[in-house]
Write a protein that binds this ligand. Structure first.
Ligand code: NAP
Ligand code: HSE
Length: 413
């Protein structure tokens, strides 16, 4: 018998419980083992009074550790008290499975060390890409490759919001509310819309892919809160949609890493990813480009990844965990390649800005009128040698008082 206790019984936790019940006998023939869900920790038991599994629920963490438990599934989220509970579990020689990217991005290295010291494992497949088996694929199936780059859509909520704004005429607020109702968003959706969730996932992915610790706080992070309905119209002019992308790239010394909204060609593999789907395009030196896609958020897709980690522990297939390198990566914050950029400049001096763009960029296309009809705005597509050229231009017009705000979006093919 394999005893499993769970911390949290929300969107993810209830999906995991259901999969444990459904697959109770999955390992009976092969290993003569039955899966038993013995206890579930919640914050407020009265919320669950009508639940069919209410006899398994407790508000007292000590009840979890009292049980004879082999595996603890952490599906509470956040750092406090998840960090303390997971540490306690590992130190008590319990295997841990978690869907918590905040926890792994912040304390992954330390928790993996504690697990190793105690001869147990901590698995976190569901923390990146929801139901997509991406960590295992990079760690095992692509092990013969040097990973060169990752281009990814890693947040279901923001991809859902951008899709609904683009194709269904929903407002940002309506789309966010729907994403929350469907269980995709974080308890505090700022994490999603401001790009922190995607940055944490990109840091975990990149740490494994490049075997150097990428701290999520070193990543340039920009969310989707400034994207409005007109940006989609400008994107259409380039046959693009807008996606919140996490991009990382192996350089000779540094690792470039960023999370930002990007205009991406509608007919490209990433341009076609809609709603809560996530996608990760991995470039390996041997395999070339490999694309992974699937539902990045939601009850059962996430539970599917958590259950796969439970199954790995039961089968002891991965006696060792994924490891995080002790070497910290130096992060490059600027896109170093030649590229096309979209600029939307808020100004009271259109003529000066138009002259400035024409002289600053060898090749540019400046729109004669804007979709918003705003006379205090200049919209342009420019070609630049790298992101530094764009940032220098923005800094110059702002410092000289010519523009009060400039929006920039990379156009990705
Ligand atoms: P959720 O629906 O808000 O559920 C959280 C659960 O944890 C609730 O049952 C809550 O208890 C319990 N909880 C929270 N704080 C607690 C505390 N201090 N003590 C005891 N119980 C506590 O969250 P979720 O969407 O399932 O997300 C859980 C984790 O999975 C997060 O790390 C999230 O980032 C990650 N994740 C979520 C998704 C997704 O699609 N939702 C996908 C991948 C990963 P009550 O029920 O009593 O409030
Ligand atoms: N809030 C997250 C998202 C959940 O929308 O992608 C999955 O990690």
């Amino acid at each position: 018998m394999i005893n499993i206790a769970m911390l949290g019984y929300g969107v993810v936790g209830s999906g995991v419980a259901e999969l444990i019940f459904r697959n109770r006998d999955k390992f009976k023939d092969e290993l003569n083992e039955e899966l038993v869900l013995s206890k579930i920790l919640v914050r407020n038991i009265s919320k669950h009074i009508d639940n069919k599994n209410k006899e398994l629920l407790t508000e007292d963490i000590d009840d979890i550790f009292k049980e004879k438990v082999d595996i603890i599934v952490e599906a509470m989220g956040g750092l406090d008290p998840s960090y303390e509970y997971v540490k306690r579990a590992l130190n008590m020689k319990k295997h841990v499975v978690t869907a918590n990217k905040d926890l792994i991005a912040e304390y992954g290295y330390e928790l993996l060390q504690i697990a190793k010291k105690n001869g147990v494992t901590i698995h976190f497949e569901a923390s990146v890409g929801g139901g997509i088996p991406i960590l295992k694929s990079i760690n095992e199936c692509l092990v013969g490759n040097e990973i060169k780059s990752i281009k990814s859509i890693l947040n279901g909520t923001t991809n859902f919001i951008l899709s609904k704004m683009n194709h269904n005429g929903m407002s940002y607020t309506e789309a966010l509310e729907l994403a929350q109702k469907l269980g995709f968003a974080e308890a505090n959706p700022e994490s999603d819309v401001k790009g922190y969730d995607a940055a944490r996932k990109l840091s975990i992915l990149s740490t494994i892919a490049y075997n150097r610790r990428v701290d999520w706080k070193d990543i340039n992070i920009e969310g989707i809160t400034e994207i409005d309905e007109y940006d989609f119209k400008y994107a259409k002019m380039e046959k693009c949609s807008i996606k919140l992308m996490g991009i990382s790239k192996l350089g000779s010394k540094h690792i470039y890493a960023t999370v930002m909204p990007v205009m991406v060609k509608e007919d490209s593999v990433l341009g076609k990813i809609e709603d809560e789907y996530n996608a990760i395009l991995v470039e390996g030196d041997a395999v070339g480009d490999v694309m992974f896609s699937g539902k990045g958020a939601g009850m059962f897709p996430t539970a599917s990844a958590v259950f796969a980690d439970i199954a790995d522990i039961v089968k002891q297939k991965r006696k060792k965990c994924i490891t995080f390198s002790s070497e910290k990566a130096e992060i490059d914050k600027s896109w170093g390649l030649k590229g096309k950029w979209f600029l939307r400049v808020k100004t009271q001096n259109r003529v000066k800005i138009i002259q400035g763009i024409s002289s600053s960029f060898k090749s540019c296309y400046i729109l004669s009128s804007t979709f918003s009809g705003n006379k205090e705005e200049v919209v342009a597509f420019v070609n630049a040698d790298n992101e530094v050229c764009i940032d220098n231009y923005i800094e110059k017009v702002k410092s000289e008082g010519e523009a009060c705000d400039v929006k920039k979006l990379l156009i990705l093919h």
